[in-house]
Write a protein that binds this ligand. Sequence first.
Ligand code: OOG
Ligand code: MG
Length: 238
Amino acid sequence: MNHAETLHKAQTTATAISSFGDLTVEDAYAVQHALIALRERDGEFITGVKLGFTSEAKMRQMGVSEVIVGRLTSGMSGRTSENLIHPKAEPEIAYRLSRDVDGTVPILECVDAVAAAIEIIDSRYEHFRFTYTDVIADNTSAAGYVIGPWQAMTDVGDRAVRLTAGSSIVEGSTSAILGDPANALVALEEVARKRNIPLKAGYVVLAGAATVALPLTGGQVECFIDGLGPVSFEGRPR
Ligand code: OOG
Ligand code: MG
């Protein structure tokens, strides 16, 4: 099995694998492309993209300077618990693209709506332990997402963020996302161009977590972002 097939099997069977460890960034994105092609072969379609490592602290921790980009697919929409390995929840800002991002107009003018969202990440690597290129190959740990009510595009910089998952709670600010989530859109455009990832009208963009992720252990999961209203789901223990 090649790396994409190994990751696809790990995901479909909810069985963790060990780190590949030794890929280049180019090879890691090539594995991610191949992995997404396997999901498309299984009948899924791409619904958007997601950013990772958008906090300076996390980038420093990983010793890297480029945010990572993964793909969201139809099978991830609304998926919160079934058949996952060791899922965690993250509070996120979701943007919606109203037109293709092709360099003719600034990306900020290609966004028509914003919402609070919860991302479910589920690394296919044992104990969530991976290298920078491992996690790119693994489609940036993407597993599921839930989006709250869309609102007309507005500035969502420096908004209070709160995530609760069962009895755990974590708080922060949208300014943890590259200083302002709008900066994540600009970073996305650059990486997407460099890594040949299309950004199309209708796509959802998850801008990157504003806090640490919380393990999903059952109970209610809720993300609140000031001015955007809550989004929640009932988490079930596996
Ligand atoms: C990688 C995914 C990171 C984010 O918002 O930073 C991510 C991981 O931590 O498993 O989705
Ligand atoms: Mg995330």
